[in-house]
Design a protein around this ligand. Sequence first.
Ligand SMILES: [Zn+2]
Length: 418
Amino acid sequence: MDGERMFSLVKKLDFVRLSGTQGEKRASEIIRAECERLGVNADIETFATLDGVVSETKLEVTAPYIKSYSAAGYLRSASIDAELPLVYAEDGLEGNLCDVRGKAIILNNPVNKKNYAALIKAAPACVLTGDGDCFDREDESDLAPGMLRPSFADAFEERLCTVTLRKRDLFELISRGASSVRVKVVSRDTENTSRNVTAFIPGGELPQEIICFTAHMDSVRFSHGCYDNASGSAIMLEIMRHFALNPPRRSMRFIWTGSEERGLLGSRYYVEAHADEVARTCLNINLDLAGCAAGHEFAIVTGPKELTAYFDEMMKREGFAVETKTDIYSSDCVSYADKGVPAISIGRAGARGMSYIHDRRDTIDFVSAAALKKTASIAYTFARQIDAASEMPFERKIPEDIVKKIDEYLLRKETNKK
Ligand SMILES: [Zn+2]
């Protein structure tokens, strides 16, 4: 595993690669060209995503003082143009939401899949949330708008109007007791095209058994996503290079997914569109978060406990320090585990205050060739040994407690199961 070679690919991907944009498309073309340089044919598979555009957001406190604030409507927010009484609804507990119908409310937390149903029921006319930290410097940070994702918002007939402010401004509204706001949001739903890059190396001895690698190539708004996840993308290419030169016993699929940051859309599309292949897939090795110079190695098994034990024993024997556990991990591994394929996410967790994700501070400055090599060596060692195994040392089965967590994660109701 060549750290410098991986670092040079991270450098090539050092730009914003947001779902369904030219940036994501450019990344897919760079990765495809890298695959083809290794003599491995790669395809770009496109899929449609639901998106949104907010063309105007205005927010003005009208009582007990008058002041305008910069604000950003959530993508796929409802539109509004109204002056409304404003209530501070804290964390949106039942007691906070009992009398907010038709009013604007301030929430401490963003609007997401956890609180959306309760908010729809309470029916405020507008929800104000915050982004960042009171100590953010304006010239160093962005006002990220958030999104009412179709996965939770489209289950309801009504759509909330939801707006983000900087935390410092949101705190000012709270501390100065703002009681009335004029708010305008002009929002419309759109559709976009996102893409996965896929490559395949057929197995020499057990071609019908497939080991599938995933790494998402997209980033979030304002973020160059060098740590999350140009690094995982580069590691996956380096591992593919090894197997292109040293043909594996089992078949190997490599997927650089798009729109992971929008709710695992690329991998969810893939497992639906390629059900036959997924049925023959015995393991998913997912690479999401790596390369941060300061951090530690981790592995999360979204699958049977025997796989966790097998991996942990191997790492100790090989002299790697890896924090290993069985759990779900918010990444493309969930799409595979949901289809009954045991998954392992291998990565490097950044040290606090020395690494950043999901904002503009996720830059190449915090990524190193040495750190890339560490995670790559672990994933490579594991992949090589599991490919050499006479049979998979674990059952192709997801334990009940993990299935339950996946259902919760994917917002599946108990009654919809099976
Ligand atoms: Zn990620």
